[in-house]
Ligand binder design. Structure first.
Ligand code: NAD
Length: 367
């Protein structure tokens, strides 16, 4: 979960929506409540200048409704910039369902959620995120066409994670080129934190290129299985961040680059799949820059998944999906150059370029 640096008490004193720290000019926030199915959901529509707001639905057992609201606001804003930097004609949105995906998710709840999505008439299009499966999106599809990430048998583009991993791999190679002068990862020491759907597929690419891969996860069964399958080393030390490495790939949860870790990270490149890796984007991005660490912006290099779901709307075939994802390599190089030329952080550079595209489109739309 993304860290916040204000207490619950302070948070409660603030205005609940427009006053949230994470509220950033969102166009619309929709609260969905259904007593019969127990559905409590929030849909955040950040920006629709580039097109309808597309972004996944996360189901999570949030500690409080405030946490859920904060999460959906941060995530939906992230989607606006992710899609704009990737050149997709869609805006940014995201939804959260409050509850335990293992025990509280029912077909009735998913269909009811789909009805709320439908009530927005296509302004928000949903997809999978944490706590969701393709089969859940199929249930949403029963009641609304405004859903992507459905199964291939129903016209969907299938599992986005391997595509996300390919984009992260491309972004990592570009960042390596910028930092080390070559994008060849053979012999580079890479630590992959989180070897779930995306992390494992990334380990596959890295070991094929003969990088020296160390993996870390809280799921020991998976850790042993993935370690054995790819011949990756398993992290056994006490502090992952001080491990001897060239590249750190955060592929578990967000905010791992924070006050506790930012001065310790013993890598020259950071490139991973997790969303919102910088706990405080301005502060921690600037510290990485000062330390000479090349940070490949998360929302830029983990865009393979959104390219994959967008493909359902744009009718891309597999080749088009992969070639657009491969282009993350070029975009990352451009953003890293832009940051260096302008003396700004790589995260800020990516935001600036994305915002410029949105402003340009807004101008065109108004003509
Ligand atoms: P996943 O749930 O399949 O895998 C996450 C893995 O991280 C799990 O194996 C889990 O045990 C591990 N983990 C959790 N906490 C950890 C910790 N503290 N230390 C080490 N390991 C830990 O998720 P995923 O689909 O592989 O996604 C990984 C990240 O990438 C997430 O942050 C997700 O939001 C982001 N992302 C995923 C996609 C996608 O297409 N799946 C797209 C964009 C961004």
């Amino acid at each position: 979960m993304d860290a916040t640096f204000i207490t619950e008490k302070e948070l409660k004193k603030m205005d609940p929506v427009f006053g949230q720290l994470s509220f950033n000019d969102h166009e619309q926030v929709v609260f969905c409540n259904d007593k019969d199915t127990g559905l409590k959901a929030i849909i955040g529509i950040h920006n629709t200048v580039m097109g309808p707001a597309l972004g996944g639905t996360r189901m999570f057992n949030y500690a409080s409704e405030w946490d859920a609201l904060n999460d959906v606001l941060r995530l939906s804003r992230g989607m606006t910039f992710k899609s704009a930097i990737t050149g997709l004609n869609i805006g940014g949105g995201k939804a959260v369902i409050i509850g335990d995906a293992k025990t509280q998710k029912t077909p009735e709840l998913m269909r009811r959620f789909g009805e709320f999505v439908h009530s927005l008439s296509g302004k928000y299009i949903t997809a999978e995120d944490v706590g969701m499966e393709t089969s859940d999106m199929d249930l949403v599809r029963d009641v609304t066409p405004y859903v992507t990430g459905i199964s291939e048998s129903r016209g969907g583009a299938g599992n986005p994670s391997p595509v996300t991993a390919y984009g992260v791999y491309m972004g990592m190679k570009a960042a390596a080129k910028s930092q080390f002068g070559s994008d060849n990862l053979a012999g580079k020491k890479v630590v992959v934190q989180g070897i779930g759907h995306v992390g494992e597929a990334l380990v596959d690419y890295l070991t094929k290129e003969e990088a020296i891969v160390t993996i870390a996860d809280i799921n020991y069964e998976r850790l042993n299985a993935v370690g054995a399958k790819y011949g990756a080393q398993i992290f056994t030390g006490s502090d992952l961040f001080t491990t001897d490495m060239d590249i750190y790939a955060p592929c578990a949860m967000g905010a791992t680059i924070n006050n506790d870790t930012v001065y310790k990270i013993n890598a020259k490149v950071i490139a991973g799949a997790a969303n919102n890796q910088l706990a405080e984007e301005n502060i921690h991005g600037a510290i990485l820059q000062e330390r000479g660490i090349t940070y490949a912006p998360d929302f830029l290099i983990n865009a393979g998944g959104i390219i994959n779901v967008y493909a359902e709307l744009a009718k891309y075939d597999k080749n088009e999906i992969m070639s657009r994802t491969e282009n993350i390599y070029n975009t990352t190089l451009e953003i890293l150059d832009f940051a260096a030329q302008n003396g700004i952080t790589t995260h800020q550079a990516a935001l600036n370029v994305a915002q410029k595209r949105i402003d340009q489109r807004k101008l065109e739309n108004s003509k």
